[in-house]
Design a protein around this ligand. Structure first.
Ligand SMILES: [Zn+2]
Ligand SMILES: [Zn+2]
Length: 333
């Protein structure tokens, strides 16, 4: 499977300003001083491999949307944030029509549905769009956001064949050559996490979920849901102190909670997701470095406090990697 991240920002789309771009160029030219950069190959190598991510790239600002390549002819998409707009454009450019799109919603907060009116394939006759989710009100929410005075054209303008399917935790759906299951999450109005299994490969898309103190308990059903997955896409816009401070009960979690749960769930790669719209690329780089440092320390702490005690848990091996998802990232499982 290939997970294409089309939108990774939470709450509201963000765009870089002219100043942000200018500072990247200045930092890049400063870093290039004295280097032998004559050919385009040398320059590309320098930008892609030697520059800090914050200077040569951007984490992006589109709100949540993932496109999953499963080998099926049908499209599997999670959430309809603003990232679904460039996805729709790419699909049309590659000449696809007469296609079927399965779009699963974690929940119906605006940052997860706002891209739907801009999803061009929905306007093409002969396409089929099936909206899936755990909420009974998907149809109403999608229609309401295209009503006057919020939008110039109504939902009925979509010329594709549109339908809606509601699912429950416990259901196992077989769509696009994968198995999909739902998990109800703690979030204002409830959200759903999705586990996707294909053979021995799997990932969990778990955005907009607040894990409070019961998460530290021995019996925490979420651990079973994420158990042994190759990739956990985890809602972590907050630092630990924010998550237990003034942002408690806002429905989101911290990077520290992500590491803790990924360790216990024996997840291979933890992907930080649903980034704070206020975070600059520099702050995102720092957030990743801080998360990696915490992961290394927590692995070391288990080794030091339980050195070879019979019956003690073995040193933590998971997660083996932590990344910060960004718009345009493709993660192969
Ligand atoms: Zn959100
Ligand atoms: Zn939300």
């Amino acid at each position: 499977m290939k997970v294409h991240f089309k939108g990774t920002r939470g709450s509201i789309p963000t765009a870089p300003t002219f100043r942000d771009v200018r500072e990247k160029v200045v930092a890049t030219l400063l870093a290039a001083r004295g280097k032998d950069l004559r050919s385009e190959t040398q320059i590309r190598e320098f930008v892609e491999k030697q520059l800090p991510f914050q200077h040569g790239h951007t984490y992006g600002g589109n709100t949540p949307c993932l496109n999953i390549e499963t080998g099926s002819d049908e499209f599997l998409i999670f959430d309809g944030g603003s990232g679904i707009r460039p996805l729709g454009k790419e699909i049309l450019e590659s000449g696809n029509s007469g296609k079927t799109f399965h779009i699963f919603f974690s929940h119906l907060h605006y940052d997860h549905i706002q891209g739907i009116p801009f999803f061009a394939p929905a306007y093409i006759p002969g396409n089929k769009v099936i909206f899936h989710g755990g909420h009974e009100t998907i149809e109403q929410a999608l229609k309401d956001q295209m009503k006057t005075p919020f939008f110039p054209i109504p939902f009925d303008t979509f010329a594709a064949d549109i339908s809606f399917e509601t699912h429950k935790p416990g259901d196992i759906l077989e769509i696009c050559d994968v198995k999909i299951s739902l998990f109800e999450q703690n979030h204002p109005g409830v959200s759903f996490g999705y586990r996707v299994d294909q053979g021995d490969k799997s990932f969990v898309y778990s955005t907009d979920a607040e894990h409070t103190s019961p998460a530290h308990g021995k019996e925490y059903p979420y651990i079973d849901f994420i158990k042994g997955t190759d990739l956990l896409i985890f809602d972590a816009p907050y630092t630990h102190s924010q998550s237990i401070g003034n942002r408690e009960h806002w429905g989101h979690s911290s990077n520290i909670m992500g590491v803790e749960l990924a360790a216990r769930g024996e997840v291979e790669t933890l992907a930080i997701f649903h980034h704070d719209p206020a975070f600059s690329d520099k702050e995102m780089d720092e957030f990743l470095a801080h998360t990696k440092k915490f992961l290394d320390r927590s692995k070391l702490a288990v080794r030091v406090t339980r050195p070879g005690i019979p019956g003690a848990p073995s040193p933590r091996a998971h997660p083996t990697e932590v990344i910060v998802a960004f718009d345009g990232l493709t993660f192969e499982i």
